[in-house]
Design a protein around this ligand. Sequence first.
Ligand SMILES: [Fe+2]
Length: 135
Amino acid sequence: MQEVYMKWEPGFNLGIPEIDNQHKRIIDLINDLNKAFVENDTNQRIGKILDELSEYADYHFKTEEKYFEVSNFPLMNEHIAQHEYFISKVEDFRKKFESGQPITFRLMKFLRGWLTNHILDADREYVVIIKPRIH
Ligand SMILES: [Fe+2]
């Protein structure tokens, strides 16, 4: 299996460096998962990666939501609902992992799908609204 599971695509760029850099960070985490999977070392590493993912979701979503508030983004509630869905999915994965189920590959697939759709669709909706508020 390939070493790099997900690559940054130019189409992911929103032109907001703070948020683009955070999105790049989640791609790194997805590739860390892949590496653990390929090296058959998920039991050792996945707990830590899940912690990083929860921490990541917390600060990344807070960053976006802070800009929604200052710019009165009209789709704020729908967007925040997507963030909450993500957080609950990660918690589901954590529970499954803690009960001994193999989750790595499904978690990678979920993250790659979620990130791709979320950036290309939901995140694009706020760019024109929040960009003028960022200095
Ligand atoms: Fe978002």
